[in-house]
Design a protein around this ligand. Structure first.
Ligand code: HEM
Length: 506
């Protein structure tokens, strides 16, 4: 599981409250202590803030300019933390302000695993008695995705797969594609190949790619867990089909294949007696973590660079000077050195960090397990929810400067922004003990794919000038929102480089 569900802790208050209000945590004190963070009042009782969040989206969080405040919702409260200092204080209390209770509250709703599996997931969830399933999976995932040979093997497998999904064009030929849809398919197919190996269900059934997105699209409704086949038939069916496909994958699991991450998960699942049917279900949740934030991030990375001709030229020059070599035996050949892009290409790396600052707009959540004084100043009451909205932290002019609301590709070349990044004000991957373990992989993946595409292709809008689409939050489990609308683009071999044969090296 719990990889599976882990991402859900990142969703907005509506989801947290939804699960929590219908879970076992119903013993909620009504009085508000003067030591608790001040209340942001709503004229509409119980659901006023939920309506506010639905109507205004993340802008709603901006309406109260305080380091921490309280939103009363349904029969409980959500503490909204907006200052980096208090976010750091939250990170220092992982046992009391915990991520894992959301796994218990939302796990079954998302993947549809059975009750005995839910019991395994919930046992010793917060490490009360040493280890437990969730802790075991978390720790082994962090190890499997740490920088080193495992990660490089994943990158190599990803790049080996990518050629199948890039257009094979003659000189002068042009491919017309829906840009987001094209990016989505390429990354779904290549990331899953890197993570599950050659027996990945997506290799044999590329059509599963669309099924995953049917599931993701219906996720919010599926989380209600009310007649899923009636209210979200497409998503429920997709989840079941993918679950069976991954059940078969794990029944025939080949230890020689698959990434270290998949082997680690398989080992934990087997050790804790999770049946293959449930392993399949849990893996459908894992796909959310692997894909849902990655795909919009790569899309916006490409869109921001291609839409700015001067930037495009500068990035290409940087790549050619620092990360591309000409093989001795082939004058028309070029090799991209993919693993070292982050260290060798500061401009490309700055753009990636700015993509995450500007586009990661979700909120990470924690459950208050015991009354606690945050930073010695604010009383947080047991059974409440804490949320830390990236939309506020990432766009705060006091932290990032007056142009915080502007996408500036070179921002992270400046020392002041490097300093801001080192604080809790920069949290695209969350923080504390549940900091995203996939951050190294997604960074390598995005930089390598972006570089490979920039070097080989020209991409331009099918009609008129570039217009970067506005992001739209689709699923509550996503922090980097996909574009609200797709754009049609033309892809051609890069002008002046038509005869070059490209290869990569990890
Ligand atoms: C741009 C892409 C990504 C973003 C923005 C992102 C963001 C996040 C965030 C915000 C969290 C929650 C952290 C917290 O609450 O403190 C998280 C958790 C997690 N992410 Fe990612 N993620 C991305 C890609 C990935 C990838 C590619 C993988 C796997 C290969 C992955 C695996 C995980 C896992 C396993 C957790 C749960 C951690 C735990 O159990 O404590 N993520 N991610």
């Amino acid at each position: 599981m719990s990889l599976s569900i882990a991402w859900i802790g990142t969703s907005v208050a509506v989801a947290a409250i939804l699960a929590w209000a219908t879970s076992k945590y119903l013993d909620i004190p009504k009085a508000h202590s003067s030591l608790e963070p001040p209340i942001f009042a709503s004229k509409v009782p119980f659901v006023g803030h939920i309506i506010g969040l639905l109507v205004h989206g993340l802008d709603y969080y901006q309406m109260m300019r305080l380091p921490i405040y309280t939103l009363k919702m349904l029969n409980g409260k959500v503490y909204i933390v907006t200052s980096p200092e208090l976010v750091t204080a939250v990170n220092r209390n992982p046992k009391t302000l915990a991520f894992n209770p959301f796994i218990a509250a939302l796990g079954m709703r998302i993947t549809g695993h059975d009750e005995p599996t839910s019991q395994i997931v919930q046992h010793n969830l917060n490490g009360e008695e040493g280890s437990g399933y969730v802790i075991d999976v978390h720790d082994s995932t962090v190890l499997a995705l740490a920088p080193g040979p495992n990660l490089e093997a994943m990158l190599e497998s990803l790049l080996e797969a990518v050629d199948n999904y890039l257009p094979h064009l003659q000189v002068g030929e042009v491919a017309e594609v829906d840009f987001f849809h094209w990016t989505r398919r390429m990354i779904t197919m290549c990331s899953t190949r890197a993570i599950y190996g050659p027996s990945s269900p997506f290799v044999e059934h590329p059509e599963y790619c669309d099924l995953f997105w049917d599931f993701d699209h219906d996720l919010n409704t599926l989380m209600l867990n009310i007649f899923p086949y009636l209210l979200a038939p497409k998503g429920a069916k997709a989840r079941a089909t993918l679950g069976i496909a991954f059940q078969k994958y794990f029944e025939n699991f080949d230890q020689a294949q698959g990434s270290a991450m998949t082997k680690a998960r398989y080992a934990s699942n087997t050790r804790y007696g999770i049946t293959p049917w449930n392993q399949g279900r849990l893996e459908v949740g894992t796909l959310i973590g692997i894909l849902a934030n990655t795909i919009p991030s790569v899309f916006f990375m490409l869109a921001h660079i291609y839409s700015d001709p001067a930037l495009l030229q500068e990035v290409r020059e940087e790549l050619e000077a620092r990360s591309v070599s000409v093989p001795a035996i082939k004058i028309s050949g070029r090799t991209l050195h993919a693993a070292s892009l982050r260290d060798k290409c500061p401009l490309l790396s700055s753009i990636w960090q700015e993509i995450l600052r500007f586009h990661a707009q979700g909120a990470t959540s924690r459950f208050v397990r015991e009354d606690v004084m945050l930073d010695g100043k604010y009383l947080l009451k047991k059974n409440m929810v804490v949320q830390m909205p990236m939309a506020i932290l990432h766009l705060d002019p006091a932290i990032w400067g007056d142009d915080a609301g502007v996408f500036r590709p070179k921002r992270f070349l400046e020392d002041s922004c490097k300093t801001a990044k080192s604080t809790a004000a920069y949290r695209p991957f969350g923080g504390g003990t549940s900091l995203c373990p996939g951050r190294h992989f997604v960074t390598l993946e995005t930089l390598a794919l972006t570089a490979y595409i920039l070097l080989r292709f020209d991409i331009s809008p099918f009609n008129g000038p570039w217009a970067i689409p506005t992001p739209k939050q689709e699923s509550l489990a996503t922090n980097v929102f996909p574009p609200g609308e797709d754009i049609k683009v033309k892809i051609a071999k890069r002008g002046g480089y038509e005869d070059i044969e490209w290869a990569f090296e990890v």
